[in-house]
Write a protein that binds this ligand. Structure first.
Ligand code: FAD
Length: 378
């Protein structure tokens, strides 16, 4: 006798807001698990932080804390996605040897056996902090767009390029109001709007995602063949009482070298396209690049990009992932801070499991729940 319990449930309709790496990974894994997914992006896919990041990946650098299992699961997912999507060719997936170095141009450089030849500035100390088994990098915009292309082609994800105006609970589902498009109804919605998440009035009093601005440049050296796959975390002491500057260098398989600087909290502009680089910060990066490596001096490079991105951060430096208190079927996945590119795939799997199965098995989402902010002053 059929009591109805064996009948298949229709697939869930899920609306994902935000086409950065977190929204795209969430849409991909939701659709792969059988959901009908609409992704809404107001500007361009991976046009904000998810296109401007260094996209350095590390297995072990978040160990000893609540982020460890997220980092480890995601590093391994990046590795398997790179095999599936031919990542070394399609989005520059590349294992790296990673070093931490200190640079002081006023002192003579010491001999070193572990430094790559292109790091020929006045390096005072160096230490290997990651191997090709534990560190890697990708081109973040190419990765995000490649994953979305697969989500569209193989799993039928629909993409709407418009601005999300509001979200609300309606009956046993949700309604998302989209500028110039109207209402999109679904069984659930996931907000992955990066630093713009708190701009939605419905959630602005429940948790806070802030924006930290980071500048970066991409240089194409004339002697690109000399640049080896080494990630370099540099600390440069300019002297004369000035504090240290900490640029990171990530060579890309395209022979470009990506360099980014420190972060500073800023007011989040209304539109993602209004995040502009400051000339002074770009000049500092260019100058320090030439000090760390003669191959990166201004006369030896073509400047490919000068840019700035906003990292979505929280006060306790943990992402916010879970159902939003007081808003059934409305979920948030934001605030991934310094490691959002690394955390993308495992965050996507976790959100897909949470929305479709009611709990995440890939990682414990407990420490990231938005309920931790209930009762705190936002
Ligand atoms: C310079 C820099 C270097 C970094 N380096 C690394 C690194 O080496 N390794 C690493 O793991 N991480 C790194 N990060 C961090 C990482 O880039 C971020 O944590 C990650 O990209 C955040 O992704 P997201 O999808 O949450 O946000 P975003 O990339 O900001 O995406 C949010 C999207 O939502 C869209 N949106 C906003 N409002 C609306 C709306 N109302 N309607 C529709 N769409 C909307 C935006 O247009 C945007 O596309 C770096 C970040 C920066 C800035």
């Amino acid at each position: 006798m059929d009591d109805g319990s064996s009948q298949q449930q229709p697939p869930k309709r899920v609306v994902v807001c935000g086409g950065g790496i977190i929204g795209v990974c969430t849409a991909y894994y939701l659709a792969k698990k059988g959901a009908i997914v609409t992704l809404i992006e107001r500007s361009s896919i991976a046009g904000a932080a998810s296109g401007k990041a260094g996209a350095f990946l590390a297995l072990h650098m978040c160990d000893d804390g609540p982020l460890s299992s997220l980092a480890r699961a995601s590093f391994n997912l990046h590795r398997s996605l790179a095999e599936e999507l031919n990542g070394s060719l399609s989005y520059g997936y590349c294992p790296l040897t990673t070093l931490k170095v200190t640079v002081d141009e006023s002192k003579p450089a010491s001999e070193s056996h572990i430094l790559p030849p292109w790091v020929d500035g006045g390096v005072k100390s160096e230490e290997i902090i990651g191997t090709t088994d534990t560190t890697a990098q990708i081109h973040p915009q190419l990765f995000t767009r490649a994953l979305l292309a697969k989500a569209v082609e193989e799993y039928g994800v629909e993409v709407v390029m418009e601005k999300v105006e509001s979200v609300a609970v309606e009956g046993d589902g949700v309604v998302v109001m989209v500028d110039g498009y109207g209402a999109i109804r679904g069984d659930a919605v996931v907000l992955a709007l990066g630093p713009w998440t708190s701009k939605l009035t419905e959630v602005s009093s429940k948790f806070k995602v802030i924006g930290k601005k980071v500048h970066s440049i991409v240089l194409e050296p004339k002697d690109g063949d000399m640049i080896t796959p080494h990630g370099i975390f540099a600390t440069y002491y300019p002297g004369q009482g000035m504090g240290p500057i900490d640029p990171d260098f990530f060579p890309r398989p395209t022979s470009d070298v990506y360099i980014c600087g420190p972060s500073v909290e800023v007011e989040v502009p209304d539109e993602p396209d209004l995040v502009f680089p400051d000339e002074e910060s770009i000049q500092v990066l260019k100058r320090v690049a030439g000090i760390v490596s003669s191959y990166l001096k201004e006369e030896n490079v073509k400047v490919q990009s000068e840019q700035a991105g906003l990292m979505p951060c929280t006060d306790d430096e943990l992402p916010i992932m879970g159902e939003i208190p007081g808003m059934k079927h409305c979920y948030v996945a934001s605030g991934h801070g310094y490691w959002g590119i690394l955390f993308g795939p495992a965050s996507g799997v976790a959100m897909a499991e949470l929305v479709l199965d009611g709990h995440a098995s890939i990682v414990d989402l407990g420490p990231f729940s938005p309920t931790r902010f209930v009762g705190t002053k936002i």
